[in-house]
Write a protein that binds this ligand. Structure first.
Ligand SMILES: Cc1cc2nc3c(=O)[nH]c(=O)nc-3n(C[C@H](O)[C@H](O)[C@H](O)COP(=O)(O)O)c2cc1C
Length: 172
């Protein structure tokens, strides 16, 4: 499948079958996370693989967007490792780096026949506390992953309604 075909086919899966995700597929998704470009290749991502009943129960209590997925990646930025701008005091590339990492993971999951959904609807402080994260580990997003339930489809009817390219580009 070409990259653009994969990108066009992927959608956010919000209903999962009960089937567990095989460890080999988890490893491939983590490989995609490893290969992601990050600022200066500092690789500040720290990824918690939530798959125990206890961890899943915890994240389900804190976030209503897990949708019954049997596996959730909690993608965090290790702020000790992020690139900090010399020209813009206070700027750290952690969120941008982790967004690229998570995008790689989401697309690799699809390549493996798995659905996922990017989730940001949670309280960072609550999640950090619940998983006992050190202060330099900043939760960026969640990626619930699993096999789509039969009949799963994009949630929004406007899922594949895209702005024309000319609408969001300007040649200078
Ligand atoms: C930064 C970001 C945050 C998101 N947060 C949530 C979320 O908290 N809950 C949710 O169900 N979907 C969330 N989504 C998924 C988007 O709603 C979804 O990607 C968008 O509607 C496009 O639909 P599609 O992924 O099916 O193409 C998020 C996506 C992004 C990129």
């Amino acid at each position: 499948m070409s990259f653009l075909d994969l990108a066009a086919q992927r959608y956010s899966v919000r209903t999962y079958s009960g089937k567990k995700v095989e460890q080999e597929k988890i490893d491939l998704i983590l490989k995609a996370a490893q290969l992601a470009p990050t600022a200066v290749n500092y690789q500040p991502q720290m990824i918690y693989v939530l798959k125990s009943d206890e961890a899943l129960a915890k994240i389900n209590r804190l976030c209503r967007c897990i949708y019954g997925a049997p596996l959730v990646f909690l993608v965090c930025s290790d702020e000790r490792r992020t690139w900090k701008s010399q020209t813009e005091p206070g700027y750290s590339a952690g969120e941008m780096d982790c967004s690229i990492v998570c995008t790689h993971m989401m697309l690799e999951a699809w390549e493996q026949g798995l659905g996922s959904v990017w989730v940001r609807l949670f309280d960072v402080a609550e999640v950090a506390k619940a998983f006992d994260l050190p202060p330099y580990i900043k939760p960026i997003c969640l990626l619930p992953v699993g096999y789509a339930a039969p009949g799963a489809k994009p949630y929004a009817p406007w899922h594949d309604v895209y702005r024309p390219i000319a609408d969001f580009t300007k040649e200078l």
